[in-house]
Design a protein. Structure first.
Length: 384
Protein backbone atom coordinates (compact mmCIF):
# COMPACT_ATOMS: atom_id res chain seq x y z
CA UNK A 1 0.00 0.00 0.00
CA UNK A 2 1.06 3.62 0.25
CA UNK A 3 3.41 4.99 2.88
CA UNK A 4 1.53 6.80 5.60
CA UNK A 5 2.29 10.07 7.32
CA UNK A 6 -0.29 9.47 10.04
CA UNK A 7 -1.76 6.40 11.74
CA UNK A 8 -4.59 4.89 9.70
CA UNK A 9 -8.17 5.14 10.86
CA UNK A 10 -10.13 2.11 12.03
CA UNK A 11 -12.19 1.61 8.87
CA UNK A 12 -9.09 1.85 6.68
CA UNK A 13 -7.39 -0.85 8.76
CA UNK A 14 -10.55 -3.00 8.66
CA UNK A 15 -10.63 -2.91 4.87
CA UNK A 16 -6.89 -3.14 4.13
CA UNK A 17 -4.83 -4.68 6.95
CA UNK A 18 -3.47 -8.09 5.94
CA UNK A 19 -5.25 -7.74 2.60
CA UNK A 20 -2.79 -6.67 -0.07
CA UNK A 21 -3.98 -7.50 -3.58
CA UNK A 22 -3.15 -11.13 -4.48
CA UNK A 23 0.44 -11.17 -5.82
CA UNK A 24 -0.36 -13.61 -8.65
CA UNK A 25 -3.69 -12.34 -10.00
CA UNK A 26 -4.20 -8.93 -8.42
CA UNK A 27 -7.47 -10.11 -6.84
CA UNK A 28 -8.45 -7.29 -4.48
CA UNK A 29 -9.94 -9.67 -1.92
CA UNK A 30 -7.83 -12.46 -0.37
CA UNK A 31 -8.88 -15.70 -2.09
CA UNK A 32 -10.26 -18.66 -0.16
CA UNK A 33 -7.22 -20.95 -0.11
CA UNK A 34 -9.26 -24.14 0.30
CA UNK A 35 -6.20 -26.34 0.62
CA UNK A 36 -4.58 -28.57 3.23
CA UNK A 37 -0.99 -28.83 1.99
CA UNK A 38 1.57 -26.93 -0.11
CA UNK A 39 4.18 -27.94 -2.67
CA UNK A 40 7.72 -27.52 -1.35
CA UNK A 41 10.57 -26.41 -3.63
CA UNK A 42 12.92 -29.12 -2.42
CA UNK A 43 12.68 -30.52 1.12
CA UNK A 44 12.06 -27.62 3.53
CA UNK A 45 11.73 -25.13 0.66
CA UNK A 46 8.47 -23.53 1.77
CA UNK A 47 6.82 -20.78 -0.27
CA UNK A 48 5.94 -17.98 2.12
CA UNK A 49 6.19 -20.28 5.14
CA UNK A 50 3.18 -22.42 4.27
CA UNK A 51 3.46 -26.19 4.76
CA UNK A 52 0.15 -27.46 6.21
CA UNK A 53 -3.09 -25.56 6.82
CA UNK A 54 -3.44 -26.35 10.54
CA UNK A 55 -0.14 -24.52 11.03
CA UNK A 56 -0.96 -21.67 8.64
CA UNK A 57 -3.24 -20.90 5.69
CA UNK A 58 -3.06 -17.68 3.64
CA UNK A 59 -6.76 -16.80 4.06
CA UNK A 60 -6.45 -17.28 7.81
CA UNK A 61 -3.22 -15.27 7.85
CA UNK A 62 -5.04 -12.35 6.20
CA UNK A 63 -7.70 -12.47 8.92
CA UNK A 64 -5.14 -12.86 11.71
CA UNK A 65 -3.13 -9.84 10.55
CA UNK A 66 -6.30 -7.79 10.28
CA UNK A 67 -7.43 -8.82 13.79
CA UNK A 68 -4.06 -7.84 15.29
CA UNK A 69 -4.16 -4.46 13.55
CA UNK A 70 -7.75 -3.74 14.62
CA UNK A 71 -7.06 -4.46 18.29
CA UNK A 72 -3.65 -2.80 18.26
CA UNK A 73 -1.90 -6.04 19.27
CA UNK A 74 1.28 -7.83 18.21
CA UNK A 75 -0.37 -11.10 17.20
CA UNK A 76 -3.84 -12.17 16.08
CA UNK A 77 -5.01 -15.78 15.90
CA UNK A 78 -8.24 -17.18 14.44
CA UNK A 79 -10.05 -20.22 15.82
CA UNK A 80 -12.95 -22.52 14.99
CA UNK A 81 -15.16 -20.83 17.65
CA UNK A 82 -14.99 -18.37 20.50
CA UNK A 83 -14.82 -21.23 22.98
CA UNK A 84 -11.99 -22.88 21.03
CA UNK A 85 -10.07 -19.59 21.32
CA UNK A 86 -10.79 -19.43 25.05
CA UNK A 87 -9.74 -23.03 25.66
CA UNK A 88 -6.49 -22.54 23.76
CA UNK A 89 -5.76 -19.34 25.68
CA UNK A 90 -6.51 -20.85 29.08
CA UNK A 91 -4.44 -23.98 28.50
CA UNK A 92 -1.58 -21.77 27.34
CA UNK A 93 -1.51 -19.38 30.29
CA UNK A 94 -2.67 -21.74 33.10
CA UNK A 95 -1.46 -25.08 34.40
CA UNK A 96 -2.78 -27.43 37.09
CA UNK A 97 -2.70 -25.69 40.47
CA UNK A 98 -3.27 -22.22 39.02
CA UNK A 99 -6.20 -19.95 39.86
CA UNK A 100 -8.19 -17.46 37.81
CA UNK A 101 -10.68 -14.74 38.79
CA UNK A 102 -13.78 -14.72 36.57
CA UNK A 103 -16.73 -12.31 36.37
CA UNK A 104 -20.12 -13.01 37.95
CA UNK A 105 -21.97 -12.51 34.68
CA UNK A 106 -19.75 -14.19 32.12
CA UNK A 107 -21.14 -15.71 28.94
CA UNK A 108 -22.72 -19.03 29.95
CA UNK A 109 -20.43 -21.13 27.77
CA UNK A 110 -17.36 -19.41 29.21
CA UNK A 111 -18.52 -20.22 32.72
CA UNK A 112 -19.21 -23.83 31.73
CA UNK A 113 -15.67 -24.13 30.34
CA UNK A 114 -14.25 -23.03 33.70
CA UNK A 115 -16.75 -24.83 35.89
CA UNK A 116 -17.18 -28.17 34.14
CA UNK A 117 -14.03 -28.65 32.06
CA UNK A 118 -11.00 -26.81 33.45
CA UNK A 119 -11.70 -27.62 37.11
CA UNK A 120 -11.22 -31.29 36.16
CA UNK A 121 -7.71 -30.36 35.01
CA UNK A 122 -6.77 -28.81 38.34
CA UNK A 123 -7.54 -25.17 37.60
CA UNK A 124 -9.54 -23.33 40.25
CA UNK A 125 -11.49 -20.08 39.98
CA UNK A 126 -13.28 -17.52 42.09
CA UNK A 127 -16.16 -15.39 40.90
CA UNK A 128 -16.01 -11.62 41.45
CA UNK A 129 -18.19 -8.68 40.48
CA UNK A 130 -15.57 -7.16 38.19
CA UNK A 131 -17.57 -3.92 38.02
CA UNK A 132 -15.91 -3.19 41.37
CA UNK A 133 -12.10 -3.43 41.00
CA UNK A 134 -11.70 -3.87 44.76
CA UNK A 135 -13.77 -7.07 44.55
CA UNK A 136 -11.33 -8.36 41.94
CA UNK A 137 -8.44 -7.52 44.28
CA UNK A 138 -10.16 -9.37 47.14
CA UNK A 139 -10.59 -12.51 44.99
CA UNK A 140 -6.93 -12.69 43.99
CA UNK A 141 -4.86 -15.48 45.60
CA UNK A 142 -1.13 -16.21 45.61
CA UNK A 143 -1.62 -18.66 42.70
CA UNK A 144 -3.83 -16.33 40.61
CA UNK A 145 -2.37 -16.20 37.11
CA UNK A 146 -5.13 -14.37 35.25
CA UNK A 147 -8.18 -12.16 35.63
CA UNK A 148 -11.01 -12.57 33.10
CA UNK A 149 -13.28 -9.65 32.24
CA UNK A 150 -16.24 -9.39 29.90
CA UNK A 151 -17.38 -5.83 29.24
CA UNK A 152 -20.12 -5.11 28.37
CA UNK A 153 -21.16 -8.40 29.93
CA UNK A 154 -23.67 -10.94 28.74
CA UNK A 155 -26.60 -10.67 29.39
CA UNK A 156 -26.67 -7.98 32.09
CA UNK A 157 -24.55 -5.38 30.26
CA UNK A 158 -22.31 -4.84 33.26
CA UNK A 159 -19.37 -2.52 32.63
CA UNK A 160 -15.90 -3.14 34.01
CA UNK A 161 -13.24 -0.43 34.16
CA UNK A 162 -10.56 -2.14 32.05
CA UNK A 163 -7.72 0.23 33.01
CA UNK A 164 -8.49 -0.08 36.74
CA UNK A 165 -8.71 -3.89 36.66
CA UNK A 166 -5.52 -4.08 34.56
CA UNK A 167 -3.71 -2.32 37.40
CA UNK A 168 -5.16 -4.70 39.98
CA UNK A 169 -4.23 -7.78 37.91
CA UNK A 170 -0.73 -6.57 37.08
CA UNK A 171 0.00 -5.61 40.69
CA UNK A 172 -0.62 -9.29 41.52
CA UNK A 173 1.52 -10.53 38.62
CA UNK A 174 -1.58 -11.80 36.77
CA UNK A 175 -2.59 -11.33 33.14
CA UNK A 176 -5.76 -9.44 32.22
CA UNK A 177 -7.95 -11.11 29.59
CA UNK A 178 -10.86 -9.11 28.11
CA UNK A 179 -13.69 -10.71 26.17
CA UNK A 180 -14.40 -7.88 23.71
CA UNK A 181 -17.20 -9.68 21.84
CA UNK A 182 -20.02 -7.29 22.80
CA UNK A 183 -18.15 -4.06 22.02
CA UNK A 184 -15.91 -5.10 19.10
CA UNK A 185 -12.63 -3.25 18.56
CA UNK A 186 -14.56 -0.45 16.85
CA UNK A 187 -16.20 0.57 20.13
CA UNK A 188 -13.51 -0.46 22.61
CA UNK A 189 -9.75 -1.12 22.54
CA UNK A 190 -8.86 -3.19 25.63
CA UNK A 191 -5.14 -3.58 24.83
CA UNK A 192 -4.70 0.20 24.77
CA UNK A 193 -6.30 0.25 28.26
CA UNK A 194 -3.80 -2.27 29.65
CA UNK A 195 -5.29 -5.69 28.86
CA UNK A 196 -2.83 -8.43 27.85
CA UNK A 197 -5.12 -10.53 25.66
CA UNK A 198 -8.40 -9.86 23.89
CA UNK A 199 -10.86 -12.70 23.20
CA UNK A 200 -13.59 -12.66 20.56
CA UNK A 201 -16.43 -14.79 19.46
CA UNK A 202 -16.14 -13.62 15.83
CA UNK A 203 -19.49 -15.41 15.38
CA UNK A 204 -21.05 -12.18 16.67
CA UNK A 205 -20.28 -8.59 15.56
CA UNK A 206 -17.01 -9.31 13.76
CA UNK A 207 -18.64 -11.78 11.35
CA UNK A 208 -21.83 -9.78 11.70
CA UNK A 209 -24.12 -11.77 9.39
CA UNK A 210 -25.06 -14.88 11.42
CA UNK A 211 -23.39 -17.09 8.83
CA UNK A 212 -20.20 -18.27 10.55
CA UNK A 213 -18.96 -19.57 13.91
CA UNK A 214 -15.47 -18.40 14.82
CA UNK A 215 -13.19 -17.10 17.53
CA UNK A 216 -10.08 -14.98 17.92
CA UNK A 217 -7.30 -14.04 20.29
CA UNK A 218 -5.16 -10.93 20.05
CA UNK A 219 -2.08 -10.61 22.29
CA UNK A 220 -0.50 -7.28 23.20
CA UNK A 221 2.91 -8.89 23.56
CA UNK A 222 4.79 -10.73 20.79
CA UNK A 223 6.19 -13.34 23.21
CA UNK A 224 2.77 -14.33 24.50
CA UNK A 225 1.49 -14.18 20.91
CA UNK A 226 4.14 -16.72 19.92
CA UNK A 227 3.18 -19.06 22.77
CA UNK A 228 -0.48 -18.82 21.78
CA UNK A 229 0.39 -19.53 18.14
CA UNK A 230 2.36 -22.59 19.26
CA UNK A 231 -0.66 -23.89 21.17
CA UNK A 232 -3.04 -22.99 18.33
CA UNK A 233 -1.08 -25.37 16.11
CA UNK A 234 -0.45 -27.96 18.83
CA UNK A 235 -4.13 -28.10 19.87
CA UNK A 236 -5.52 -27.60 16.38
CA UNK A 237 -8.82 -25.73 16.82
CA UNK A 238 -8.11 -23.42 13.88
CA UNK A 239 -10.53 -21.43 11.72
CA UNK A 240 -10.99 -22.97 8.26
CA UNK A 241 -10.29 -20.97 5.08
CA UNK A 242 -13.93 -20.26 4.16
CA UNK A 243 -14.83 -19.31 7.73
CA UNK A 244 -11.80 -17.01 7.86
CA UNK A 245 -12.90 -15.41 4.60
CA UNK A 246 -16.44 -14.82 5.90
CA UNK A 247 -15.17 -13.14 9.07
CA UNK A 248 -12.75 -11.01 7.07
CA UNK A 249 -15.58 -9.91 4.80
CA UNK A 250 -17.76 -9.07 7.79
CA UNK A 251 -15.01 -6.97 9.36
CA UNK A 252 -14.90 -4.62 6.36
CA UNK A 253 -18.25 -3.12 7.41
CA UNK A 254 -17.79 -3.43 11.18
CA UNK A 255 -17.55 0.33 11.75
CA UNK A 256 -20.68 1.30 9.84
CA UNK A 257 -22.60 -1.62 11.31
CA UNK A 258 -21.62 -0.77 14.90
CA UNK A 259 -22.70 2.84 14.40
CA UNK A 260 -26.12 1.68 13.20
CA UNK A 261 -26.46 -1.05 15.87
CA UNK A 262 -25.75 1.58 18.53
CA UNK A 263 -28.15 4.17 17.04
CA UNK A 264 -30.96 1.60 16.70
CA UNK A 265 -30.38 0.38 20.26
CA UNK A 266 -30.85 3.95 21.51
CA UNK A 267 -34.29 3.98 19.84
CA UNK A 268 -35.22 0.66 21.43
CA UNK A 269 -34.11 1.92 24.83
CA UNK A 270 -36.28 5.03 24.35
CA UNK A 271 -39.29 2.73 23.74
CA UNK A 272 -38.47 0.57 26.78
CA UNK A 273 -38.17 3.67 28.99
CA UNK A 274 -41.68 4.84 28.17
CA UNK A 275 -43.31 1.39 28.27
CA UNK A 276 -45.27 0.68 31.48
CA UNK A 277 -44.61 -3.12 31.39
CA UNK A 278 -40.82 -2.70 31.49
CA UNK A 279 -39.55 -2.78 35.07
CA UNK A 280 -35.78 -2.55 34.52
CA UNK A 281 -33.44 -1.79 31.61
CA UNK A 282 -29.83 -2.91 31.33
CA UNK A 283 -27.97 -0.63 28.91
CA UNK A 284 -24.64 1.13 29.50
CA UNK A 285 -25.82 4.23 27.62
CA UNK A 286 -28.31 5.05 30.39
CA UNK A 287 -27.07 7.59 32.95
CA UNK A 288 -28.74 5.40 35.62
CA UNK A 289 -26.41 2.50 34.70
CA UNK A 290 -24.09 1.96 37.68
CA UNK A 291 -20.96 2.28 35.52
CA UNK A 292 -22.24 4.63 32.82
CA UNK A 293 -19.30 6.98 33.37
CA UNK A 294 -16.80 4.17 32.84
CA UNK A 295 -18.62 3.06 29.67
CA UNK A 296 -18.62 6.63 28.35
CA UNK A 297 -14.88 6.85 29.03
CA UNK A 298 -13.78 3.55 27.47
CA UNK A 299 -16.34 3.04 24.68
CA UNK A 300 -16.96 5.03 21.52
CA UNK A 301 -20.70 4.24 21.64
CA UNK A 302 -22.79 1.83 23.72
CA UNK A 303 -23.41 -0.97 21.24
CA UNK A 304 -26.44 -2.92 20.09
CA UNK A 305 -27.20 -5.20 23.05
CA UNK A 306 -30.06 -4.36 25.43
CA UNK A 307 -31.63 -6.45 28.20
CA UNK A 308 -34.76 -5.65 30.19
CA UNK A 309 -37.14 -7.11 32.76
CA UNK A 310 -40.89 -7.21 32.29
CA UNK A 311 -43.82 -7.12 34.69
CA UNK A 312 -45.38 -10.55 35.24
CA UNK A 313 -42.26 -12.67 35.79
CA UNK A 314 -40.84 -15.49 33.73
CA UNK A 315 -44.04 -16.31 31.81
CA UNK A 316 -44.50 -12.70 30.71
CA UNK A 317 -40.87 -12.54 29.55
CA UNK A 318 -41.26 -15.75 27.55
CA UNK A 319 -44.47 -14.37 25.97
CA UNK A 320 -42.75 -11.17 24.86
CA UNK A 321 -40.12 -13.31 23.11
CA UNK A 322 -42.80 -15.46 21.46
CA UNK A 323 -44.87 -12.46 20.25
CA UNK A 324 -42.00 -10.66 18.53
CA UNK A 325 -42.07 -11.08 14.74
CA UNK A 326 -39.34 -8.94 13.19
CA UNK A 327 -37.06 -9.69 16.14
CA UNK A 328 -36.27 -13.34 15.44
CA UNK A 329 -36.45 -15.67 18.42
CA UNK A 330 -33.01 -17.18 18.61
CA UNK A 331 -29.70 -17.46 20.41
CA UNK A 332 -26.55 -15.62 19.38
CA UNK A 333 -26.21 -11.91 18.67
CA UNK A 334 -24.34 -9.31 16.68
CA UNK A 335 -25.79 -10.04 13.23
CA UNK A 336 -27.45 -7.53 10.92
CA UNK A 337 -30.85 -9.02 11.81
CA UNK A 338 -32.46 -8.34 15.19
CA UNK A 339 -32.76 -11.24 17.63
CA UNK A 340 -34.70 -11.70 20.87
CA UNK A 341 -34.30 -14.37 23.52
CA UNK A 342 -35.01 -15.45 27.08
CA UNK A 343 -31.54 -15.89 28.65
CA UNK A 344 -32.82 -17.93 31.62
CA UNK A 345 -34.15 -20.70 29.37
CA UNK A 346 -31.90 -20.23 26.35
CA UNK A 347 -28.34 -18.81 26.26
CA UNK A 348 -27.86 -18.94 30.02
CA UNK A 349 -29.66 -22.18 30.87
CA UNK A 350 -26.22 -23.68 31.66
CA UNK A 351 -25.69 -21.25 34.58
CA UNK A 352 -29.05 -21.96 36.26
CA UNK A 353 -28.57 -22.55 39.98
CA UNK A 354 -25.01 -21.15 39.93
CA UNK A 355 -23.66 -17.81 41.11
CA UNK A 356 -24.20 -16.58 37.56
CA UNK A 357 -27.94 -17.27 37.40
CA UNK A 358 -29.84 -14.54 35.51
CA UNK A 359 -33.25 -13.02 36.42
CA UNK A 360 -36.21 -15.16 35.25
CA UNK A 361 -38.10 -12.11 33.93
CA UNK A 362 -35.18 -11.01 31.74
CA UNK A 363 -35.40 -10.55 27.96
CA UNK A 364 -32.31 -9.88 25.83
CA UNK A 365 -32.33 -8.25 22.41
CA UNK A 366 -29.57 -7.98 19.86
CA UNK A 367 -30.67 -4.87 17.97
CA UNK A 368 -29.93 -5.28 14.28
CA UNK A 369 -29.52 -2.72 11.55
CA UNK A 370 -33.04 -2.86 10.04
CA UNK A 371 -35.10 0.36 9.88
CA UNK A 372 -35.40 1.57 13.47
CA UNK A 373 -39.13 2.41 13.18
CA UNK A 374 -39.93 -1.18 12.24
CA UNK A 375 -37.94 -2.53 15.18
CA UNK A 376 -39.61 -0.16 17.64
CA UNK A 377 -43.09 -1.05 16.29
CA UNK A 378 -42.40 -4.78 16.58
CA UNK A 379 -41.11 -4.66 20.14
CA UNK A 380 -44.00 -2.36 21.13
CA UNK A 381 -46.60 -4.87 19.86
CA UNK A 382 -44.74 -7.73 21.59
CA UNK A 383 -44.86 -5.82 24.90
CA UNK A 384 -48.45 -4.51 24.67
C1 LIG B 1 -20.87 -16.31 21.93
C2 LIG B 1 -19.92 -15.83 22.94
C3 LIG B 1 -18.78 -16.58 23.29
C4 LIG B 1 -18.52 -17.97 22.72
O1 LIG B 1 -18.26 -17.94 21.35
P1 LIG B 1 -18.64 -19.13 20.32
O2 LIG B 1 -18.24 -18.56 19.01
O3 LIG B 1 -20.12 -19.34 20.46
O4 LIG B 1 -17.87 -20.33 20.73
C5 LIG B 1 -17.89 -16.05 24.19
N1 LIG B 1 -18.10 -14.84 24.75
C6 LIG B 1 -19.18 -14.09 24.47
C7 LIG B 1 -19.36 -12.77 25.12
C8 LIG B 1 -20.13 -14.56 23.56
O5 LIG B 1 -21.22 -13.82 23.29
Amino acid sequence: MTDHQHPQGFETIAIHAGQEADPVTGAVVPPIYQVSTYKQDGVGGLRGGYEYSRSANPTRTALEECLAALEGGQRGLAFASGLAAEDTLLRTILKPGDHIVIPNDAYGGTFRLFNKVLTRWGISFDVADTQHPEQVRAAIKPNTKAVWVETPSNPLLGITDIAAVAQVAHAAGALLVVDNTFASPYLQQPLALGADVVVHSTTKYMGGHSDVVGGALVAADAGLGEELAYHQNAMGAVAGPFDSWLVLRGIKTLGVRMDRHSANAEQIVALLRRHPKVTKIYYPGLVEHANHEVAAKQMKAFGGMVSFCVEGGEQAAVEVCNRAKLFTLGESLGGVESLIEHPGRMTHASVAGSLLEVPADLVRVSVGIESADDLVADLAQALD
